[in-house]
Design a protein around this ligand. Structure first.
Ligand code: FAQ
Length: 320
């Protein structure tokens, strides 16, 4: 059996050649733990992220919009499933990580702790939140951990469709009545900075991140820093806001020729940390709803497990 140094060298040889680490490969314990933390947080975000938009399914303004929204919210549940399955390949069960979420020992994205006050918020989530999610997640399709990278390919295709439907929904509003346009602008005003904060703490300065970026980049989990992705999102979104005819709520937003990027005002990171710690507008409501849904769904899980056990027994009897 190879020694620790040789096993570590084999691991870095795969990472450095842009290969994929697979579940049965040797991997440093800290790499495994980081992936569990990130993939579980990502999975939790997908399923808690069903709540803000789910709030509008019963009040969608037309059958077409309702069908689209139902499909989108179901897609998010599917993303949660792929990601929980990817986390399970690292040796944790779905029950274990859900327990950590329900007892506040694992996080989910800050963005889902903000309320959806109007129909335009559904469009803004598609345009901005899914837009931010794609910016962050397309590089994850090249993540060094195979099951996570592969899950991200399908997720990104769906998120990209979600982003376009959000943009199209807002475009319809901005081309509608003055009241509809004002509703779209109000949604952008409220969702802009929380969307920028989704990318996490800044790379430098007093509020610097918990320090995962450098290590995660060395491991090929993160390909870009939080600030690099935030900038990419702003550069992509400003021209789209112009097509919509909406104003991004940042008086200091302007193109910087020298940098080849937009300059913009950073989100309030103190607010981000407060929301992450549980003190956002909807944290208590989101978690209570999640725990209640889990408790109410116990009979479904029991029935599914009993059915699966019966099928396995049947297969064994037939094979004997
Ligand atoms: N919210 O050192 P970093 C979606 C935490 S999916 C809460 O930068 P890292 C789809 C971080 O965990 C959205 N916590 O950490 C959808 C760490 O905590 P710890 C979710 C945050 O991991 C759309 C600490 O701060 N996407 O939207 C946040 O290297 C529409 C220090 O931060 C993903 O999860 C935050 N915003 O980078 C669904 C993508 N930011 O463990 C429904 C995968 C940071 O030290 C509707 N995740 N933290 O206590 C990632 O790419 C990374 O985990 C980052 C954070 C970039 C989120």
């Amino acid at each position: 059996m190879a020694g620790t140094d040789e096993r570590e060298a084999a691991f870095y040889a795969i990472v450095d050649s842009d290969g994929r680490i697979e579940p049965r490969d040797d991997m440093p314990e800290a790499y495994r733990k980081t992936l569990i933390r990130q993939i579980a947080q990502h999975a939790h975000s997908e399923i808690i992220g069903m709540q803000p938009e789910g709030n509008w399914i019963s009040r969608a303004p037309s059958l077409r919009r309702k069908a689209i929204l139902l499909a989108k919210v179901q897609d998010e549940a599917g993303h949660g499933l792929y990601l929980y399955a990817a986390a399970e390949t690292l040796g944790v069960s779905r029950d274990q990580v859900l327990e950590l979420l329900h007892t506040k020992r694992q996080k989910y994205s800050s963005i889902f702790n903000y309320p959806t006050l109007t129909w335009a918020d559904v469009g803004a989530i598609g345009w901005l939140v899914d837009g931010a999610a794609i910016t962050n997640q397309v590089p994850l399709t090249r993540c060094s951990y195979g099951p996570y990278a592969r899950a991200m390919v399908r997720i990104c295709k769906e998120e990209s469709f979600h982003q376009r439907q959000g943009f199209e929904s807002l475009l319809t509003l901005t081309r509608g009545s003055a009241a509809q346009k004002a509703m779209a602008q109000d949604a952008l005003d409220r969702w802009w900075y929380p969307s920028l904060a989704m990318f996490g703490p800044p790379d430098t300065g007093e509020q610097v991140s918990g320090g995962h970026t450098e290590q995660s980049m060395r491991w090929g989990i993160k390909r870009f820093s939080n600030d690099e992705l935030r900038q990419r999102f702003v550069d992509m979104t400003v021209p789209q806001s112009e097509v919509l005819g909406l104003t991004i709520p940042d008086p200091d937003l302007r193109w910087n020729d020298e940098r080849g990027h937009y300059d913009f005002t950073a989100p309030d990171y103190d607010e981000l940390f407060r929301v992450i710690k549980g003190d956002g507008p909807c944290n208590a409501q989101r978690l209570a709803h999640r725990v209640a849904a889990h408790t109410d769904g116990a009979w479904v899980r029991e029935a599914a497990a009993a059915y699966a056990a019966k099928q396995r027994a049947k297969t064994r009897t037939e094979a004997a």
